[in-house]
Design a protein around this ligand. Structure first.
Ligand SMILES: NC(=O)c1ccc[n+]([C@@H]2O[C@H](COP(=O)([O-])OP(=O)(O)OC[C@H]3O[C@@H](n4cnc5c(N)ncnc54)[C@H](OP(=O)(O)O)[C@@H]3O)[C@@H](O)[C@H]2O)c1
Length: 288
């Protein structure tokens, strides 16, 4: 069945997910703060709109994929601009950005108050998985609402996991990113320990990579370090943002000690200007 989809945010992830929607024959209305980022999809038939509200006008489903809480507030709720006011009752709003749990819950309440069904659908996986349609969606919200958008999400998914109520999908997403962010720093630390004893970097990577304690993600990050390849997939600026949201969601400061220590290393990397380098470039922050 052909659906009209409004899509807000043509960044690295959003443009790729929206591309799958367009490819499958749905009508796609797109908006991006920087209009030039809409050009590639416009050339393939997407309708470019001047505001999130216009992208949402006449759409059955509106999906947002933007940087952070502030951007999400803008695209959904800014007066005379945001998408929620323009959606018809019974429409479905899907927030796919990685946001704080608190904001996500607030947004779900606001949507409900306006008669709009809301689903949080953050994704695990990065640009290659988005390109290949192999993301994992971590869903918070009603199962009946998920049912209605399931086919659309499947276009870019290797898995769709219904975690539970609003906030729980986002909590799962932040948990995944916390595990990745802490591993990157732990990995950098142990590689420095080994280098300090004169063990060559490539030998360390080879042996650690053969150990069952080393995750697939750590292996990929070690390969990036060995090659000194730092082009962004999951850039440091986004990791630092997500760690802030993880810490906001912790029950108390004692529970968040590992994430808090990790966050300081990413903050240092940000201050050095490495925000647009890939996650494992955080290793440089230990040397500097
Ligand atoms: N990259 C990854 O590996 C990855 C993986 C999973 C989830 N995520 C999450 O997915 C989301 C998007 O990430 P991305 O990699 O696509 O980032 P990105 O390439 O930097 O794109 C960010 C998007 O947000 C828009 N934006 C930023 N601030 C805004 C504001 N104040 N108002 C309106 N729009 C604003 C940007 O618009 P402009 O073009 O105008 O700047 C752009 O469309 C983030 O929440 C991220 O944490 C990323």
């Amino acid at each position: 069945m052909m659906t009209t989809v409004g899509f807000l945010g043509m960044g690295a992830m959003g443009s790729r997910i929206a591309g799958h929607i367009l490819e499958s024959g749905h009508r796609l209305r797109i908006w991006n703060r920087t209009a030039s980022r809409c050009e590639a999809l416009a050339a393939r038939g997407a309708i470019v709109c001047n505001s999130p509200a216009l992208a949402a006008t006449g759409a059955d489903i509106v999906i947002s994929m933007v940087t952070d809480d502030d951007a999400s507030k803008q695209v959904w709720m800014a007066p005379d601009f945001g998408a929620l006011d323009a959606m018809a009752p019974g429409g479905i709003a899907v927030e796919s950005s990685t946001l704080s749990i608190g904001w996500c819950k607030q947004l779900s309440e606001q949507a409900k108050a306006q008669g709009i069904d809301f689903l949080e659908a953050p994704v695990a996986g990065s640009r290659p998985q988005a390109e290949a349609g192999q993301l994992h969606y971590l869903i918070g919200g009603d199962a009946q609402v998920l049912e209605k958008v399931h086919a659309l999400l499947t276009l870019s998914a290797a898995g769709i996991h219904h975690i539970g109520a609003h906030g729980q999908g986002m909590a799962m997403k932040l948990a995944v990113n916390a595990l990745l962010a802490t591993q990157a720093v732990a990995l950098a630390e142990v590689l420095m320990l080994l280098a300090n004893e004169g063990i060559a970097r490539d030998r360390s990577v080879e042996v650690l990579g053969a150990m069952p304690v080393t995750s697939a993600a750590s292996k990929a990050m070690m390969a990036g370090l060995l090659a000194e390849a730092y082009a962004p997939l999951f850039p440091i600026a986004l990791v630092a943002k997500d760690l802030g949201y993880v810490l906001n969601g912790m029950p108390n400061a004692r529970v968040g000690q590992v994430c808090a220590a990790t966050a300081t290393v990413y903050e240092h990397a940000l201050a050095k200007g490495w925000g647009n380098e890939n996650i494992h470039a955080v290793a440089k922050a230990l040397l500097d």
